[in-house]
Design a protein around this ligand. Structure first.
Ligand code: HEM
Length: 420
């Protein structure tokens, strides 16, 4: 009886302590509208649970919600106060000016490096560091991303694509793949500085190894999330809107011609706008400060951001924000051909911590797109099990994503038909 009383009193005290902390956190941000939760956005238990009111926002919530939560809470900054992680307050931003202010003020809003601990299992690195350590990594890495090396990326990518067409697809007229991601994983192998052949070392096991290079890439990319959660355990017809990128003029090109492939870049950007791989970019507030945004009527809203609060730059919220993008849910590459709102485009982050490989990724992406599209017409693979589905159902199936390290397509079954 005595022990029960002690335990009961302890639980009550703990609950009161948590409640007071939670209440104070809400007061400190003047009850700025937002979610009130048990599990924070980055809590592992919360990310495994489905969406449950007041408990968890569920997996992949940042991507699935698009700009809707900002509409729900009445402005382009909303708050999330959660009891887990020692009472955590996070501000989620979809306001271009506020995001720019945060991204360009590295001292006021550094990276919360504890968020990136899972990325250090292969050692300390540029992405997971801050301060002087980060400066050292950046200084060492930056020269590798030169124009000369980007030309190399272009030439290597063309060669890898030629290898794909000749060695794997055997120049056949029609090729169907169950999941195109499997193919793109090998395309990305150039990043590992390894010249691979599609038929030899890429897919067969080298002596003294336990898996082929392709299998290794598959394990690393697919099982990344398992590694993060349990690090100890694992050391139809082409859609009409896509059809106009098949301009016959976009045949094999040289790196020097890349600036002219404006439509290809526009397609690449539009895909990144709709599906930014990093849905949110985390920062932390190093001082008591204020951010400003607007409410749905265009009125100014000042948001108090106390020191220690998390600040999440929502690439998805920004990319689907109708204040910046007309008809934001539609795939319209043309929007990137004229003048477009550069501060409202965040797939590569921005400021001092922006992606170092942006030009690398664009070069590789455009090289792959031009090679594929100039040689093949791309359609969704016809499968008997999905016969009879409507266009909208098919679109939802093929474009559905899941959250790993970044968002990835669940399954992308494609058919490539050689152009005549
Ligand atoms: C479409 C492809 C890519 C996207 C969308 C992308 C996106 C990003 C984003 C959002 C960040 C900021 C991450 C953060 O703040 O935590 C980042 C950082 C970085 N990315 Fe990329 N990236 C891409 C491709 C690449 C490639 C191909 C490379 C290298 C070959 C690369 C190298 C880096 C590096 C080194 C950083 C850290 C920069 C720093 O902190 O100073 N990225 N990337």
């Amino acid at each position: 009886m005595g022990l029960k009383l002690v335990i009961g009193s302890f639980c009550l005290l703990y609950a009161c302590h948590k409640f007071v902390g939670f209440w104070r956190a809400i007061q400190s941000i003047k009850n700025h509208p937002g979610h009130r939760l048990i599990f924070s956005l980055d809590n592992i238990i919360g990310s495994l649970l489905p969406k449950i009111k007041y408990l968890s926002l569920g997996r992949n919530s940042a991507f699935l919600g698009k700009h809707d939560p900002f509409v729900l809470f009445g402005s382009d900054i909303y708050s999330v106060v959660s009891i887990s992680n020692n009472i955590q307050t996070t501000f989620v931003l979809a306001d271009a000016a506020a995001i720019k202010e945060v991204a360009y003020s590295r001292a006021r809003f550094p990276k919360p490096v504890h968020h990136y601990k899972a990325l250090t299992f292969y050692g300390r690195n540029i992405v997971a560091s801050e301060g002087d350590e980060w400066k050292t990594y950046r200084k060492i890495s930056a020269p590798a991303f030169s124009n000369r090396n980007n030309k190399l990326v272009w030439d290597e990518t063309l060669q890898i694509m030629e290898g794909l067409f000749a060695e794997v697809w055997e120049n056949k007229d029609v090729i169907s793949v169950d999941h195109f991601l499997e193919t793109t994983m090998l395309l990305g192998s150039g990043r590992f500085g390894k010249k691979i052949s599609w038929t030899e070392d890429g897919v067969t096991m080298a002596p003294g190894h336990q898996m082929s290079f392709k299998e290794a890439l598959h394990v690393v990319t697919t099982n990344f999330i398992i590694k993060i959660v349990v690090p100890k355990l694992s050391s139809g017809e082409q859609k009409p809107e896509f059809s106009n990128i098949t301009s016959p003029k976009q045949t094999i090109q040289t790196y020097e011609n890349m600036p002219q492939l404006t439509y290809c870049l526009a397609v690449f950007y539009e895909a990144l706008r709709l599906f930014p791989p990093a849905t949110t970019i985390p920062k932390i507030s190093a001082e008591d400060t204020t951010l400003t945004t607007v409410d749905i009527n265009g009125g100014r809203v000042n948001v108090p951001v106390p020191k220690g609060c998390h600040v999440s730059l929502s690439a998805v919220g920004l990319h689907y924000n109708p204040r910046y993008w007309e008809d934001p849910h539609a795939f319209k590459p043309e929007r990137f051909l004229g003048v477009w709102p550069r501060d409202a485009f965040l797939p590569f982050s921005s400021g001092a911590r922006a992606c170092l490989g942006k030009k690398f990724a664009e070069t590789e992406g455009i090289a792959i797109l031009t090679m594929l599209i100039s040689r093949y017409k791309i359609t969704i693979k016809e499968e008997a099990s999905f016969a009879g589905e409507t266009f909208e159902e098919r679109k939802e199936r093929v474009l559905s994503t899941r959250r790993g390290m970044t968002i990835t397509p669940v399954r992308m079954p494609l058919t490539f038909t050689r152009r005549t």
